[in-house]
Design a binder for this molecule. Structure first.
Ligand code: 5GP
Ligand code: MN
Length: 327
């Protein structure tokens, strides 16, 4: 592992131009990891590009450097090294993947068990709480300074992927890392205000509509609801406001698996998010049955089909998973 990390550092040291990518619909770990690595590389004099098909969600735009994250260039461009962070598959990088004319080395850094190892160098550690934790170790290996802006981006990555240090993936190492980042100048109160307490009121209007149609089935162990296009239009909420909505279903005492169905703008396509509160039920295995993936306790998939059909199939698979676990 250490050799792999050293080889990654060597590739980055030798590069003049580096492209850092992450998955579309980026979350805190995606934006934080991309930005931390990008800023750290810039400080060592590299020419750095940061691409994403989707804009940085508003709650992360306070992060210094986030304005450098742009949509991929239309014309394919050449880079010495391309690094993908927090993306389990090549296709989740979106159109960026097609806009790379040439690259000497593709580095894949991720913490998803389901990672498809699409890089020339693949550093995948499912035990890491967040990809940001791996980026932090990489920066330490390279002995690049962890300045306040880098520390803040890494803190956001770690905080969001651990549910503010509350999920089962919170470890002694992630808490030690958080302590070191705070010592490097992270202003925790400011981060929390932006990330957890700066939602537009439209998100709460959306939440009202969504929660009104919450369903509890299978001895109240499965909770699910829909975010439809109509709900989004009526509440004037944006798609990025859907992030975290699933947590309300998850927070019910009897619930083992929470499911959020999101109608996508293109017809006959549904995005499904899963959360599990019980080690005996691994939701990435359910998501995988529908072409998705993720972690045992948080997973997702994009599924083709009419909404009612997708719902029926997903609920059937989830009931089966619970039954197999004796629940
Ligand atoms: P979320 O429900 O927050 O969108 O995603 C939860 C987890 O599942 C994340 O770790 C994410 O990477 C993974 N995930 C979500 N959607 C997909 C998908 O369509 N394909 C794969 N492979 N993983 C997904
Ligand atoms: Mn992550």
């Amino acid at each position: 592992m250490n050799n792999l990390r050293r080889e990654i550092v060597r590739q980055l040291r030798e590069a003049r131009s580096v492209l850092v990518l992450t998955h579309y619909r980026p979350d805190g770990d995606a934006v934080g990891s991309q930005l931390a690595l990008g800023l750290a590389l810039q400080r060592t004099g590299k020419k750095v590009s940061l691409w994403n098909d989707d804009p940085v969600p508003a709650k992360f735009r306070f992060l210094p450097g986030s304005e450098q994250i742009t949509t991929p260039s239309r014309q394919p461009r050449a880079f010495d090294v391309v690094v993908a962070v927090d993306s389990s598959t090549w296709s989740r990088l979106g159109t960026a993947a097609e806009r790379i004319a040439r690259r000497r080395c593709l580095i894949n850094i991720d913490h998803h068990v389901s990672n498809e190892r699409y890089g020339d160098l693949n550093w995948v550690e499912p035990n890491a709480s967040a990809t940001g934790q791996l980026v932090y170790r990489l920066i330490q290996t390279a002995r690049w300074p962890i300045e306040r802006d880098v520390a803040t981006a890494l803190f956001v990555a770690l905080s969001t992927d651990t549910g503010s240090f509350s999920y089962a993936n919170t470890t002694a190492e992630s808490l030690r890392m958080a302590a070191k980042l705070v010592a490097s100048g992270v202003d925790v109160g400011t981060v929390s205000r932006h990330v957890y307490e700066s939602y537009p009121s439209a998100r709460l209007h959306l939440l009202q509509r969504v929660l009104a149609e919450l369903k509890l089935i299978h001895h109240r162990r499965i909770a699910y609801y829909w975010v439809t296009n109509e709900m989004l239009e009526e509440s004037r909420a944006k798609r990025e406001d859907i992030e975290g909505v699933i947590d309300y279903a998850r927070s019910i005492d009897s619930v083992v698996v929470a499911i959020l169905f999101e109608e996508l703008p293109e017809p006959r396509r549904v995005r499904v998010s899963f959360r599990s509160k019980d080690r005996r039920v691994a939701v990435d295995a359910i998501a995988k049955q529908f072409g998705g993936g993720g972690h045992p306790e948080a997973a997702g998939a994009r599924i083709e089909g009419a909404p009612a059909t997708v719902e029926r199939n997903v609920l059937a698979a989830t009931r089966a998973a619970l039954r197999a676990a004796g629940l």
